[in-house]
Design a binder for this molecule. Sequence first.
Ligand code: C6P
Length: 419
Amino acid sequence: MTQPNAAAPSASDPGFPVEEYRQDFPILSRTVRDKPLVYLDNAATSQKPQQVIDALDDYYHDYNSNIHRGVHTLSELATDKYETSRGKVKDFINAASDKEIIFVRGTTEGINLIAQSYGRSNLRAGDEIILSEMEHHSNIVPWQLLCEQTGAILKVIPINDAGELSMDEYKNLLNERTRIVSVAHISNALGTVNPVKEITDLAHAANAVVILDGAQAAPHTQVDVRALNCDFYAFSGHKLFGPTGIGVLYGKQALLEDMPPHHGGGDMIKMVTFEKTLYNDLPYKFEAGTPYIAGVIGLGEAIDYINNIGIDRIGNYEHELLQYATEAAATVTGLKLIGVAKDKASILSFVVHGIHPHDLGTILDHDGIAIRSGHHCAMPVMERFKIPATARASFAFYNTIEEIDKLITGIDKAKRIFK
Ligand code: C6P
């Protein structure tokens, strides 16, 4: 382990040892095109610390086995690790019970599960689902599918020029036909942190259930599902320094108990005959088939890693990075930020006059700097701001002020090329 970096930029947490944390992520010491990697695409997926990589390796090396099935030692070991991870997730988001934690492939699968299980069994023609204009396609298309299947109707909360939800419009949209409100905790295209507690309380007053898309929130801020009182919360392991292909759907136990399974198969049953099948208890009712066992164990390890640092410290440090980057971006003529909400997290989305975001991304890549360019799977946001795409730098706690300086230098270089 290296020593804490004296030049670490955190005013509120001067001991935040970013250089030490960077050593935990092997990929951060590689080069890209002979330049040190500057990884600023954390909203797409974040990098993995060695202990997560080791956990995956250990599973396949030492106790690879199926879970919940065998009485042999390896199966018991794997089952124990898998269920221990469930407990870690439960504590991480302060759920009331392990029964409320369902392992899925990611946020996308979590939202589709709710739409097809809760939605199909509870919604009728004319019922209304409220989304927002800043949603990721994963929180739009599953609801459109449900509308086609049930005759339910989508309503959309508009956003203002800063990229904030119009809460007045939201209040106007809520009515006795509203059954579901599903919004992002944090927007991936704008960085806006939505007032999800207020949104939830208003929805509950209208007897609607609330789904929060936590894909961009879980890695950056404390998520307390009981304090939020949301009905469902979905997030992805791979943005949380865990493996790809694993994610979590939290649901309130009473709601999950009443929902039908969305997939049938092994492990989700108690008894099967050709006449009738008895479904398993929660959470197994929703985990049909052999799951991604190593992924679940790796996610548990990622949560341990985050807990060792402290999610609040992570959030504070990243906030300072974002502030620094926002101020630095303001000095670049021709650069316009897309998304300047009062409450923002970790995402700097922008356009530069005369340079297509894809060209900017390519030029930055020549200097080893990874950002994302495009519509970020949030095409309605692009339409709202009348742009085809943005460039997006997204930060994690292992990023540094120096890396942001390199980003700004890279943008200046691109401007010179396109002059
Ligand atoms: N956003 C991004 O670059 P999955 O793919 O299931 O892990 O996550 C989907 C998803 C859902 N909601 C939000 C708010 C998201 O940001 C994402 C994933 C990535 O912004 C990939 S498009």
